[in-house]
Design a protein around this ligand. Structure first.
Ligand code: M6R
Length: 605
């Protein structure tokens, strides 16, 4: 959460930072600010609101300087206002911060800061502590300050008397850095610097990076020089734009056939799932006695689909645990438990902490991550990257379906490793998996039909989504999507459970979205739908093509999903649910890509 940018080089920094902050804005958009260091003078411009507001402020003020730091904020400590916007300045120190300083109160007391601070933030306290320790040696001040901090932080710092230099240090919260012929950059993630260079490095935790106009130096906290581990952005930077779509969310939904193909096809060798590139040995897939999936939000919903697949096909027990709850429920994981961490950003702190715990318990760990080199990928024994490319919209879409694609492959490899399938069974499953991109294309071609369906819930204040088994799992995701982008209250409910209480909320004004894709559950699901129809609910039904429906006029809103094997029906059904949420948000005139109160990357617990 919060986006950080720093630039020092030959060019004017303000424009570069504003462009980068726009690319980072999905990380938080409560306020934005920049600071420029020029000839020992600091100029700070900041405002509550979006980067667009900051840009307007800058076009009036015309800030100058070739070295600067910038920030876009997701508020944690202190409300959304100009004073709490970053950068913060104390004495000779100007700083931006992503993360949470848990012991800020103690620090405030210890260093006698009461009455001296301009904001309510924990970040300004860090600036004050840095100033306290600063006597001309930035490394020493940073080292001494960092040793006092409890919590998570990515800090970028300017010292008035260190011309053209930006210093940065981090614990958990991410920072990457890069050097080009025109200057050096640091940022919260590569999306912001990818327009300038493909080469970057991840600043290791508790290391200090110093950027000069054409160089980057890395030191550990004891002051010893450290070796930089260079990486390369291996996604197509041209995918970072909206390509004519009004919102990233629509563009990312439309990209799914392509990115799912890019996620599965390189991992199919001679018709079989293959993770040799990832170095995943079959033994860890065949030896585990149970599986524990840890993830949050949409990634956790992908895990629920994985659970249904693995339990049905492999026959071992799978727990899917919300990573934010994992540590507080006395987790039982051991060397016989395969832990799968799923995360688009690879930076979600709840998932990262749960993963670290599982590793300490001796569990073999595989992570499924989209962002290359992210913390979760680095903390994991094995990584499978989803090749979704940059996902910019806060609401996750293509990351989810590529996570599902990996889980389909992993399940198949596990079945192979355990010798559960005949050659024919494996071939049939793999053939169906390879049809997914084409089937999704078919669904996306009907997007205007789905737009009309979305119209039937546009003015609702509550929506229920009902289904059983795999259908219920994807409705949990469909419901989250609708809530986050349309602000309509929505609940996904296991349709058989409804009659145990919640059906009391169903009235004529409550639209119900029902998904029926599983042959073995169809008759029970249809009975549950009739129960809500009898209470006057208008039902939007997603069902496989070719299925007959009794009851004529009751089915005014039906979407026919292209037929696939039941295990794979979640793919086309998910795309329809994503588009319904998208069109409701669009037609309500909301900011689809940046829903209120949210941030794309959640690096606070
Ligand atoms: O980056 P991650 O996949 O770890 O993020 C997990 C959740 O924060 C994320 O899926 C969130 O629920 C999305 N906003 C959903 O669209």
């Amino acid at each position: 959460m919060c986006g950080i940018i720093g630039y020092t080089g030959k060019d004017e920094a303000a424009g570069i930072m504003l462009d980068a902050l726009e690319l980072l804005e999905y990380r938080g958009y409560d306020s934005a600010g920049i600071a420029l260091l020029s000839e020992g003078e600091i100029q700070i411009l900041k405002t509550a609101g979006r980067v667009g507001d900051l840009r307007r402020l800058c076009s009036g003020e015309k800030p100058e300087g070739r070295c600067g730091i910038g920030h876009t904020r997701w508020a944690t400590h202190g409300g959304v206002c100009g004073a709490n916007a970053h950068p913060h300045r104390f004495g000779r120190v100007t700083l931006i911060h992503n993360g949470i300083i848990e012991n800020y109160k103690e620090l405030k007391e210890k260093y006698g800061l009461d009455g001296l601070l301009q904001s309510e933030t924990d970040s300004e306290v860090v600036a004050a502590v840095l100033e306290h320790f600063y006597s001309g040696d930035p490394y020493s001040a940073i080292r001494r300050t960092v040793l006092k901090l409890k919590g998570t932080f990515a800090l970028a710092v300017l010292f008035d008397d260190q011309p053209d230099c930006i210093f940065a240090v981090r614990n958990v919260s991410p920072i990457v850095a890069a050097v080009t012929d025109n200057g050096a950059f640091l940022a919260s993630d590569v999306a912001a610097i990818a327009p300038y260079t493909a080469d970057y490095f991840v600043v290791p935790e508790f290391h200090v990076v110093c950027l000069g106009p054409g160089n980057a130096e890395l030191f550990d906290l004891s002051g010893d020089r450290a070796v930089i581990d260079w990486l390369s952005v291996d996604w197509d930077v041209s995918r970072s734009g909206k390509e004519g779509y009004p919102f990233y969310m629509e563009k990312e939904i439309m990209e799914q056939p392509e990115v799912i193909g890019e996620t599965i096809f390189p991992r199919i060798k001679e018709g079989k799932p293959d993770f040799s590139e990832e170095g995943i040995p079959d033994e860890i897939l065949s030896a585990c006695q149970r599986i524990c999936v840890i993830a949050c939000g949409t990634a956790m919903h992908a895990g629920l689909v994985g659970k249904s697949l693995i339990q049905a096909i492999i026959g071992i027990h799978v727990d899917v645990v919300m990573a934010s709850e994992f540590m507080y429920n006395d987790p039982v994981v051991d060397k016989d438990t395969l832990v799968i961490a799923i995360s688009q950003s690879g930076e979600t702190i709840d998932t990262l902490e749960a993963l670290k715990f599982a590793r300490k318990c001796g569990s073999p760990c595989i992570s499924i991550v989209n962002v290359k080199g992210a913390s979760i990928a680095r903390a994991s024994e094995y990584v499978i990257y989803t090749n979704a490319g940059p996902e910019i919209a806060v609401a996750s879409t293509k990351a989810y379906t590529t996570q599902l694609a990996v889980l389909y492959l992993l399940t198949a490899r596990m079945a192979m490793a355990r010798k559960l399938w005949s050659e024919q069974e494996l071939a049939g499953y793999m053939c169906e998996l390879q049809r997914v991109p084409a089937v999704l294309k078919q669904v996306l071609e009907t997007k205007e039909e789905i737009h009309r369906l979305a119209g039937s819930i546009l003015n609702a204040s509550d929506v229920f989504m009902i289904g059983r088994g795999l259908d219920y799992s994807i409705l949990l995701e469909g419901s989250l999507k609708l809530k986050e982008v349309s602000y309509i209250h929505s609940e996904a409910y296991a349709s058989g459970e409804l009659k145990h209480g919640t059906i009391a909320l169903i009235t004529e004004d409550t639209p119900v979205i029902a998904v029926v894709t599983q042959e073995k559950l169809k008759s029970k699901e249809l009975s549950n739908i009739r129960e809500v129809q009898s209470r006057g609910a208008r039902v939007v039904l997603l069902i496989k093509e070719g299925e007959t429906l009794d009851g004529g006029e009751q089915w005014s809103c039906v979407y026919r999903l292209p037929k696939m094997d039941d295990f794979f029906m979640v793919m086309p059904a998910s795309i329809v649910l994503q588009l319904i949420a998208y069109f409701v948000s669009l037609d309500k005139g909301l900011d689809v890509d940046k829903p209120r109160n949210l941030a794309k990357v959640v690096t606070v617990e």
